[in-house]
Design a protein around this ligand. Sequence first.
Ligand code: SF4
Ligand code: SF4
Length: 96
Amino acid sequence: MKPMFGVVVQPGTTTDQKKTGWRIYRPLYLQEECIGCQACRQCCPEGAVYRIDKKEYDSDLDACKGCGICAEMCPVDDIEMVLEEEGLVEGEEAPL
Ligand code: SF4
Ligand code: SF4
């Protein structure tokens, strides 16, 4: 059988695909200590982080795969990785 491989050629090229079904952790942008450095936005491999205001960022959870790089890179620990079930907002259903 011929092996088949999938390759992501550029960051953000899978943003049209929802990742919520298999994500274990999700980033929680606390928006308390943010200094607006944009490290989270620049390092996200999915291009999921967006700016709300100068010192206020969040991530598109349809695009986020929960890798935790943004939380790791944030110099002021303003992003927390939480279990997917723990981060559900009102009206949101748990992934399968
Ligand atoms: S957890 Fe990963 S994919 Fe999600 S916003 Fe942070 S860096 Fe991007
Ligand atoms: S990495 Fe942290 S401090 Fe920098 S913009 Fe993102 S949330 Fe704000």
